[in-house]
Write a protein that binds this ligand. Structure first.
Ligand SMILES: [Zn+2]
Length: 144
């Protein structure tokens, strides 16, 4: 029997990846091409971010990839002084939830945004960041 190849593309995501094995590994390929993608159920149209391979509404797996584009809105945020294991070297950083219409996204605010400029409701856009170790992640920038 041939040795099974392990698809662990998610090991390339972010500072610390806790999820190396998933059915939505193409997310990393898209991210490496500069695109932040969610999935959408072809049956009912529900959008998912993080991307999911199965729809919890239709209970099927007929999904398509959809790029998250345009401006989102900052819903809530928290600037961290303490971090989980593996994220300490990034402190301080700000985590946030933004509404992009079809999906709500959890992520980090880009370091270039001064703390005093962060406002609930401010427009945000996505950017893909290449980390020094070759991993990739997305962050929120202020949209103009
Ligand atoms: Zn569905």
């Amino acid at each position: 029997m041939a040795e099974k190849e392990i698809d662990n593309r998610f090991n390339k995501f972010g500072t610390v990846s806790f999820t190396g094995l998933t059915r939505v590994n193409a997310f990393i390929d898209h991210l490496q091409q500069g695109k932040v993608m969610g999935t959408r159920c072809k049956t009912c149209g529900k959008g998912f971010f993080p991307p999911r391979a199965d729809c919890c509404k239709s209970l099927d797996s007929d999904m398509e990839w959809v790029e998250v584009t345009g401006a989102g809105t900052l819903l809530t945020y928290s600037t961290l002084s303490y971090a989980p294991t593996g994220f300490g070297q990034d402190l301080p950083y700000t985590i946030a939830v933004a509404d992009f219409g079809s999906v709500r996204m959890f992520g980090r605010l880009h370091r270039s945004i001064p703390a005093e400029d962060i406002l609930i409701g401010m427009p945000l856009k996505l950017t893909v960041r290449q980390l020094p170790d070759g991993n990739v992640m997305y962050e929120f920038l202020v949209a103009s």
